[in-house]
Design a protein around this ligand. Structure first.
Ligand code: GDP
Length: 296
């Protein structure tokens, strides 16, 4: 399980403070050194770790803790709050258009889980009695359209496709028109991914963006890739102005660094997490719950 090792190390570091009736600055320093190491080992971005530790330390040696009857507990509470802040404070919902349909552009590198996640999102919306439409705009990868159609069938959501002879901008535009006519309230556009970020991919995404003006640009990134996921997010965000992140494969044994760094580095919220290959395994991301889960 993700965060297992981090969780264990943090709990261990903080448990030493728990029973103490009084804390010295040295006690806090020692514990924070362990916390810092644990975060770095979990592949959290170095600057994020440094800022985090500085914040916790300032609060931990302040009167809120030192004058408390249970200072150890107070420090744990602070670590919990700052971990939550790191991941974005509160859960963030999907941006919607005041006039339906809401257009969601899914982007990301190949293999991140984009197509699967598009299906999961459609399923999630369907369960809320919405009427989503999936759109196949990956015209390059053989079988990409078929894959989306299979996913659509499984979640019983229609898939708009025009084969692979048309260009993705025209497909996206036609899909929005189709969606409007058929009273779909969410249009989820699956786009092509590449193994690496390249100019052609970005240009194409930008062209789709400009032609359909989505309310959401959701970047799908693979948590297993750690800091690479953070770098990918930073680059996409610079070029495209993403509105949210979906972190996939958090059910695996990712160390968790991406989940803890990506918000601070990009300023963009994680909106959902992928917790498995099945189409019902997408969860809204709750920073506070994740922090509590990490701290046990
Ligand atoms: P795309 O190339 O970005 O469209 O990626 P796909 O949707 O084809 O997914 C790539 C692989 O990742 C597939 O085998 C998916 O089943 C798998 N996958 C996607 N999301 C998750 C997840 O949250 N957890 C796990 N364990 N696997 C996932």
């Amino acid at each position: 399980m993700v965060f297992e090792s981090l969780s264990e190390k943090l709990q261990n570091a903080l448990s030493k403070l728990k029973g103490k009736g009084k804390l010295s600055e040295k006690d806090v320093d020692l514990a924070m050194r362990e916390v810092k190491l644990a975060l770095l080992e979990a592949d959290v971005n170095y600057k994020v770790v440094k800022d985090f530790i500085d914040k916790v330390k300032v609060r931990a040696v302040g009167s809120e803790v030192m004058e408390s009857l249970t200072p150890g507990q107070q420090v744990i509470k602070i670590v919990n709050e700052e971990l939550t802040n790191l991941m974005g404070e509160k859960a963030e919902k999907i941006n919607t258009s005041p006039i339906p349909p809401t257009v969601i552009l899914m982007c990301g590198l190949q293999g991140a889980g984009k197509t699967t996640t598009a299906g999961k999102l459609a399923y999630n919306l369907k369960k809320q009695n919405k009427k989503p439409l999936l759109v196949a705009c990956d015209v390059y990868r053989p079988a990409a359209i078929k894959q989306l159609e299979v996913v659509g069938e499984r979640v019983e959501v229609p898939v708009f496709s025009m084969g692979n002879k048309n260009n993705p901008v025209d497909i996206a535009k036609a899909a929005v028109e189709y969606g409007k006519k058929n009273s779909h309230d969410f249009i989820i556009i699956d786009t092509a991914g590449r193994l690496h970020i390249d100019e052609t991919l970005m240009k194409e995404l930008k062209n789709i963006y400009d032609s359909v003006k989505p309310q959401e640009v959701l970047l799908v990134v693979d948590a297993m890739t750690g800091q690479d996921a953070v770098n990918v997010a930073e680059t996409f965000n610079d070029m495209l102005e993403i509105t949210g992140i979906i972190l996939t494969k958090l059910d695996g044994d990712a160390r968790g660094g991406a989940a803890l760094s990506i918000r601070s580095v990009t300023g963009k919220p994680i909106k959902f997490i992928g917790m498995g290959e099945k189409l019902d395994q997408l969860e809204p991301f709750h920073p506070d719950r994740m922090a509590s889960r990490i701290l046990g």
